[in-house]
Design a protein around this ligand. Structure first.
Ligand code: ZN
Length: 331
């Protein structure tokens, strides 16, 4: 038992690379709640950041951690996990796995206590919002239920929220810097409540074989997900994103809306309700040495302003995404 669970440095490093997208994490209590017997997750006290040593202890079964999907600095995630734990859960996850395969995306199925988790890895971190849209649209196409989705009641016009269905992690489109979103049990640890370890179906039930399998999976690229997402009509019956989500993403049918945050690479400071960063148009003219002329509203990044007076048209042009101006077509 003990030797089977020793995690090599390489296993720990690969696991970290696959799963860890931000420092915050949760720990599962090893003592069940006296009222309902559940082993709850809590956030460790203080500003402790997830370390390789913590991952090792998780993989070796000394502790059990939960992972957050979204990094609030980028609103991106390294992986998407689909959690299903209702009677037909495995069948639905297999359907999703097959459908993803048709898009060229390899997903790994992990057992869980009552159903499973389907994991997809990204070649480079992807916008949480895009991941959610993509998976929800696949589910809709396959008629896989989504927990919390609104379903119209026939014949009345009222809607009810589905109690059973898949849950997609990330569960938020965006999280603010002081928020965490929802965590999911990190794979390959010991579920404290069930008292056992769950494995991926795709490889031998050994840590090194499991990690090698996950590392080999083909990862979804930014180009692919943009293509998939741009082909989707936003369904009406999807569950509202968890609290603090942004408004539904506005579409014009074919082309996605410009989002300035996708074009700002690092170097932004959060002050009050805004980010401050170098104005691309100023930078083009050799100005804005202090790198803070451009203010971007955090709550609505469609609002941004250069304090040196650059016009929106100039900023967009400097980013290589000029504002298009044909009749009524753009927002
Ligand atoms: Zn400027």
């Amino acid at each position: 038992m003990q030797s089977r669970l020793l995690a090599s440095d390489e296993t720990v490093a690969r696991y970290f690379e696959l799963f860890v997208n931000r420092g915050a994490y949760t720990l599962q209590s090893s003592t069940p709640d006296s009222a309902n017997g559940r082993c709850y997750y809590y956030r460790p006290k203080g500003r402790i950041s997830l370390s390789r040593e913590t991952i090792r202890r998780h993989l070796e079964g000394q502790i059990t951690i939960g992972l957050y999907a979204v990094n609030p600095a980028t609103q991106r995630c390294k992986w998407v996990a689909i959690d299903a734990d209702y009677p037909d859960a495995l069948e639905d996850l297999l359907k999703l796995q097959w459908e993803l395969r048709q898009d060229g995306v390899e997903a790994a199925l992990e057992k869980s206590r009552r159903g499973g988790h389907l994991w997809i890895f990204a070649a480079q971190p992807l916008l949480a919002r895009d991941c959610r849209l993509y998976i929800h649209s696949l589910a809709r196409r396959l008629k896989v239920p989504v927990k919390g989705a609104r379903k119209a009641q026939v014949p009345s016009s009222e809607t009810v929220a589905l109690a059973e269905g898949i849950e997609v992690f990330p569960r938020q489109d965006e999280v603010h810097t002081d928020e965490f979103g929802n965590a999911i049990r990190a794979p390959l640890g010991i579920h404290r409540g069930a008292g056992k370890q769950f494995w991926f179906y795709g490889a031998d039930y050994r840590l090194d074989a499991q990690i090698a399998y996950l590392t080999r999976l083909r990862r979804i690229t930014e180009e692919e997900i943009s293509r998939f997402v741009s082909a989707i009509d936003i369904p009406q019956e999807l569950p509202p994103a968890q609290k603090r989500s942004v408004k539904p993403y506005p579409w014009n049918g074919s082309r996605r809306e410009f989002s300035i945050l996708e074009h700002i690479n690092g170097g932004k400071k959060k002050i009050g309700r805004n980010y401050f960063t170098r104005c691309p148009s100023c930078a083009r003219q050799g100005r804005d040495r202090s790198g803070d002329n451009l203010a971007i509203c955090i709550a609505d990044p469609r609002k941004y302003k250069c304090w040196a007076g650059c016009r929106k048209e100039d900023i967009r042009a400097a980013l290589g995404c000029p504002i298009r101006n044909h009749l009524g077509a753009s927002r």
